[in-house]
Design a protein around this ligand. Structure first.
Ligand SMILES: Cc1cc2nc3c(=O)[nH]c(=O)nc-3n(C[C@H](O)[C@H](O)[C@H](O)COP(=O)(O)O)c2cc1C
Length: 184
Protein backbone atom coordinates (compact mmCIF):
# COMPACT_ATOMS: atom_id res chain seq x y z
CA UNK A 1 0.00 0.00 0.00
CA UNK A 2 1.38 3.44 -0.95
CA UNK A 3 0.42 6.78 0.63
CA UNK A 4 0.30 10.36 -0.74
CA UNK A 5 2.23 12.71 1.56
CA UNK A 6 1.27 15.96 -0.17
CA UNK A 7 3.63 18.58 -1.58
CA UNK A 8 6.73 18.17 0.57
CA UNK A 9 10.44 18.97 0.03
CA UNK A 10 11.44 15.33 -0.03
CA UNK A 11 14.05 15.10 -2.75
CA UNK A 12 16.25 12.57 -0.95
CA UNK A 13 19.13 12.68 -0.23
CA UNK A 14 19.12 16.36 0.70
CA UNK A 15 22.54 18.02 0.88
CA UNK A 16 24.27 19.59 3.86
CA UNK A 17 26.17 22.45 2.25
CA UNK A 18 28.16 24.80 4.45
CA UNK A 19 28.34 28.12 2.63
CA UNK A 20 31.50 30.07 3.45
CA UNK A 21 31.73 33.82 2.84
CA UNK A 22 33.77 36.86 3.82
CA UNK A 23 32.27 40.21 4.72
CA UNK A 24 33.63 43.52 3.47
CA UNK A 25 36.41 43.37 6.09
CA UNK A 26 37.46 39.82 5.24
CA UNK A 27 35.76 38.39 8.35
CA UNK A 28 34.53 34.82 7.71
CA UNK A 29 31.01 33.49 8.08
CA UNK A 30 29.40 30.12 7.42
CA UNK A 31 25.82 28.88 7.11
CA UNK A 32 24.10 25.55 6.55
CA UNK A 33 22.03 25.19 3.36
CA UNK A 34 20.09 22.12 2.33
CA UNK A 35 18.12 23.53 -0.60
CA UNK A 36 20.22 23.26 -3.70
CA UNK A 37 22.29 21.06 -5.92
CA UNK A 38 24.07 20.70 -9.23
CA UNK A 39 22.57 22.65 -12.12
CA UNK A 40 25.05 21.71 -14.81
CA UNK A 41 28.50 20.11 -14.87
CA UNK A 42 30.13 23.32 -13.63
CA UNK A 43 27.16 25.08 -12.05
CA UNK A 44 25.52 24.87 -8.65
CA UNK A 45 22.35 26.44 -7.29
CA UNK A 46 21.62 27.28 -3.68
CA UNK A 47 18.29 28.64 -2.51
CA UNK A 48 18.89 31.17 0.24
CA UNK A 49 16.63 33.71 1.91
CA UNK A 50 18.22 36.85 3.35
CA UNK A 51 21.04 36.06 5.77
CA UNK A 52 24.44 37.45 6.76
CA UNK A 53 25.72 35.01 4.14
CA UNK A 54 23.69 36.56 1.30
CA UNK A 55 24.68 40.07 2.44
CA UNK A 56 28.30 38.92 2.13
CA UNK A 57 27.73 37.38 -1.31
CA UNK A 58 26.12 40.64 -2.46
CA UNK A 59 29.49 42.27 -1.70
CA UNK A 60 32.03 39.66 -2.82
CA UNK A 61 29.97 37.74 -5.46
CA UNK A 62 31.87 34.63 -4.36
CA UNK A 63 31.44 31.83 -1.83
CA UNK A 64 32.53 28.32 -0.98
CA UNK A 65 30.43 25.22 -0.45
CA UNK A 66 31.95 22.74 1.97
CA UNK A 67 30.27 19.39 2.32
CA UNK A 68 29.03 18.68 5.85
CA UNK A 69 30.45 15.45 7.23
CA UNK A 70 29.87 13.03 10.10
CA UNK A 71 32.87 14.30 12.09
CA UNK A 72 31.40 17.82 12.24
CA UNK A 73 27.64 17.38 12.71
CA UNK A 74 27.29 19.68 15.72
CA UNK A 75 29.28 22.47 14.09
CA UNK A 76 27.35 22.12 10.83
CA UNK A 77 24.04 22.39 12.67
CA UNK A 78 25.27 25.33 14.78
CA UNK A 79 26.01 27.41 11.68
CA UNK A 80 22.44 26.63 10.55
CA UNK A 81 20.73 27.93 13.69
CA UNK A 82 22.84 30.95 14.66
CA UNK A 83 23.32 33.98 12.42
CA UNK A 84 26.57 35.81 11.92
CA UNK A 85 24.48 38.96 12.44
CA UNK A 86 23.96 37.90 16.08
CA UNK A 87 27.25 36.08 16.71
CA UNK A 88 30.14 37.75 14.87
CA UNK A 89 32.54 34.97 15.93
CA UNK A 90 30.20 32.27 14.67
CA UNK A 91 32.83 30.37 12.69
CA UNK A 92 35.22 30.26 15.64
CA UNK A 93 32.41 29.29 18.06
CA UNK A 94 31.50 26.44 15.74
CA UNK A 95 35.03 25.16 16.25
CA UNK A 96 35.92 25.79 12.62
CA UNK A 97 39.11 27.39 11.37
CA UNK A 98 39.46 28.83 7.88
CA UNK A 99 41.98 29.47 5.11
CA UNK A 100 41.40 31.80 2.20
CA UNK A 101 40.44 29.94 -0.96
CA UNK A 102 42.95 30.22 -3.80
CA UNK A 103 40.51 31.03 -6.60
CA UNK A 104 37.71 32.99 -4.89
CA UNK A 105 37.41 35.58 -2.15
CA UNK A 106 35.81 33.21 0.35
CA UNK A 107 36.98 30.98 3.20
CA UNK A 108 37.70 27.28 3.07
CA UNK A 109 36.69 25.53 6.30
CA UNK A 110 39.77 23.53 7.22
CA UNK A 111 37.85 20.88 9.18
CA UNK A 112 35.57 19.97 6.23
CA UNK A 113 37.65 18.02 3.69
CA UNK A 114 35.78 18.82 0.47
CA UNK A 115 35.15 22.37 -0.71
CA UNK A 116 33.77 23.86 -3.94
CA UNK A 117 34.97 27.36 -4.75
CA UNK A 118 32.10 29.22 -6.42
CA UNK A 119 31.58 32.48 -8.31
CA UNK A 120 28.08 33.97 -8.50
CA UNK A 121 26.52 33.98 -11.96
CA UNK A 122 23.04 35.29 -11.20
CA UNK A 123 20.31 35.44 -8.58
CA UNK A 124 16.98 34.15 -9.84
CA UNK A 125 13.70 35.26 -8.20
CA UNK A 126 15.65 36.93 -5.35
CA UNK A 127 16.70 33.69 -3.65
CA UNK A 128 18.13 31.15 -6.09
CA UNK A 129 21.87 31.69 -6.27
CA UNK A 130 23.35 30.23 -9.44
CA UNK A 131 27.13 29.94 -9.36
CA UNK A 132 30.00 28.53 -11.36
CA UNK A 133 32.36 26.05 -9.72
CA UNK A 134 35.82 27.49 -10.39
CA UNK A 135 37.77 24.99 -8.31
CA UNK A 136 37.34 22.06 -5.97
CA UNK A 137 39.70 21.94 -3.03
CA UNK A 138 40.07 18.64 -1.17
CA UNK A 139 42.08 17.37 1.76
CA UNK A 140 44.40 14.66 0.44
CA UNK A 141 43.15 12.32 3.16
CA UNK A 142 39.89 11.76 1.23
CA UNK A 143 41.51 11.02 -2.14
CA UNK A 144 42.30 7.58 -3.52
CA UNK A 145 45.45 6.61 -5.43
CA UNK A 146 44.00 8.09 -8.65
CA UNK A 147 43.22 11.41 -6.97
CA UNK A 148 39.47 10.80 -6.97
CA UNK A 149 37.27 11.69 -4.02
CA UNK A 150 36.81 8.44 -2.13
CA UNK A 151 33.62 7.91 -0.14
CA UNK A 152 35.34 5.16 1.81
CA UNK A 153 37.60 7.87 3.27
CA UNK A 154 35.02 10.59 3.76
CA UNK A 155 31.52 10.52 5.25
CA UNK A 156 29.23 13.27 3.91
CA UNK A 157 25.99 13.74 5.83
CA UNK A 158 22.54 14.27 4.41
CA UNK A 159 19.64 16.21 5.88
CA UNK A 160 16.30 14.47 6.34
CA UNK A 161 13.62 17.18 5.96
CA UNK A 162 10.91 14.80 7.17
CA UNK A 163 12.18 14.26 10.72
CA UNK A 164 15.00 16.86 10.76
CA UNK A 165 17.71 14.30 11.20
CA UNK A 166 21.23 14.16 9.85
CA UNK A 167 22.27 10.83 8.36
CA UNK A 168 25.56 9.63 6.98
CA UNK A 169 26.19 8.20 3.55
CA UNK A 170 27.75 4.81 3.90
CA UNK A 171 28.80 2.00 1.62
CA UNK A 172 29.03 1.57 -2.14
CA UNK A 173 26.14 -0.47 -3.51
CA UNK A 174 26.80 -0.38 -7.22
CA UNK A 175 28.62 0.97 -10.26
CA UNK A 176 27.09 3.79 -12.31
CA UNK A 177 26.91 3.43 -16.12
CA UNK A 178 27.72 -0.25 -15.67
CA UNK A 179 25.36 -2.25 -13.45
CA UNK A 180 22.37 -1.49 -15.69
CA UNK A 181 24.11 -3.37 -18.48
CA UNK A 182 23.14 -6.58 -16.68
CA UNK A 183 19.57 -6.01 -17.89
CA UNK A 184 20.38 -5.33 -21.55
C1 LIG B 1 19.61 21.71 8.17
C2 LIG B 1 19.50 23.17 7.80
C3 LIG B 1 19.31 23.52 6.48
C4 LIG B 1 19.17 24.86 6.10
N1 LIG B 1 18.99 25.16 4.79
C5 LIG B 1 18.84 26.45 4.43
C6 LIG B 1 18.70 26.78 3.04
O1 LIG B 1 18.81 25.93 2.15
N2 LIG B 1 18.49 28.09 2.73
C7 LIG B 1 18.40 29.08 3.68
O2 LIG B 1 18.18 30.24 3.32
N3 LIG B 1 18.60 28.80 5.01
C8 LIG B 1 18.82 27.51 5.38
N4 LIG B 1 19.02 27.20 6.70
C9 LIG B 1 19.00 28.29 7.70
C10 LIG B 1 20.35 29.07 7.79
O3 LIG B 1 21.46 28.20 7.81
C11 LIG B 1 20.32 29.92 9.08
O4 LIG B 1 19.28 30.88 8.99
C12 LIG B 1 21.65 30.58 9.42
O5 LIG B 1 21.60 31.02 10.75
C13 LIG B 1 22.04 31.74 8.51
O6 LIG B 1 23.29 32.18 8.92
P1 LIG B 1 23.90 33.62 8.57
O7 LIG B 1 22.86 34.68 8.92
O8 LIG B 1 25.13 33.72 9.45
O9 LIG B 1 24.23 33.62 7.12
C14 LIG B 1 19.20 25.87 7.09
C15 LIG B 1 19.41 25.53 8.44
C16 LIG B 1 19.56 24.18 8.78
C17 LIG B 1 19.80 23.82 10.23
Amino acid sequence: MRKDLGAKPFLYPQLVMIIGTYDENGHPNAMNAAWGGMADYHKVMVCMSKHKTTDNIDITKEFTISIGDADNVVACDYVGIVSGNDEPNKVEKAGFSVSKAKYVNAPIINELPLCLECRLLEIIDEDLYMAEIVNVNADESILDDQGSVCLEKFTPIIYDPSTHGYYKIEGRVGNAFKDGNNLR
